[in-house]
Design a protein around this ligand. Sequence first.
Ligand SMILES: NC(=O)c1ccc[n+]([C@@H]2O[C@H](COP(=O)([O-])OP(=O)(O)OC[C@H]3O[C@@H](n4cnc5c(N)ncnc54)[C@H](OP(=O)(O)O)[C@@H]3O)[C@@H](O)[C@H]2O)c1
Length: 265
Amino acid sequence: VAPTPVAILGVSGRMGQSLVRLLKEAPALKLVGALASPQSVHVNHDAALEGPATGVLISGDPGEALHRARLALDFSSAGAVGAHAKLCAERGIGLLVGTTGLTEAAQAALHAAASKIPVLIAPNTSVAVSVLMDLARRAASSLGEFDIEIAEAHHKDKRDAPSGTALALGEAVARARGTTLQAAGAYQRHGAARAEGSIGFAVTRAGDIVGEHTVLFAAAGERLEITHRATDRAIFARGALKAAVWLQSQAAGLYRMSDVVAVQN
Ligand SMILES: NC(=O)c1ccc[n+]([C@@H]2O[C@H](COP(=O)([O-])OP(=O)(O)OC[C@H]3O[C@@H](n4cnc5c(N)ncnc54)[C@H](OP(=O)(O)O)[C@@H]3O)[C@@H](O)[C@H]2O)c1
């Protein structure tokens, strides 16, 4: 079987470069396009900013980067995702969105695109984080009386806060409690007491922390903490490539990492 031609959107970033390195070990996928921002200093450079060249040049134009692709991996910027979704839908290119902090407009564009192409929204492509999500959901419904708090830590350059993963964990536990994050989420407590039933978020941004998430369940006399710690960005890239191989054979529709992981188990 011929490998699926893939474009990486956000190729010059931390995740983009991790994907370029790992793509060399993925025989089912072949890099054919690479996108950075239109004003990027990396435009017209090889997609591999270090190490052996890929022969694919970085473009600042989404149309050009997607020209030969059948599948796009988006780890760019939240503001750019809506336009990428529209282009992919027009051209029948499957889309995996790892970019986080998606605006409502971007989410609407992804939902619209999903009627034409397979779209995987994956704010965290670690397979272990999918399992964390499942464990947190189960604990939230079994430990109905426990207070829930979510803590996350990332490197100092991360744009969005709380992280997409922390919000997804919050949504999962809120739903398990029969509420929504909109109603229960507490993002600021400066000088304020804990509101009963709230789900509080604590955010750390420092140094080069790759990504840590803890869901804490606490009641009188006991505490359960479920933690995932990423120490190497390669786990996200490896999970994304696994998900990409899965996505390329799916019908049009909207998918989550739990759909990918369910099949693997
Ligand atoms: N799903 C996951 O598991 C996972 C894991 C880690 C990170 N993420 C998310 O993935 C995204 C990227 O993270 P990162 O750490 O790799 O960020 P980063 O190092 O800042 O890289 C961002 C990349 O996007 C490009 N870019 C910026 N604006 C763009 C635009 N308008 N159009 C096209 N490309 C654009 C940048 O190009 P230039 O800088 O060259 O202009 C760069 O290549 C973030 O949203 C992050 O939260 C997801």
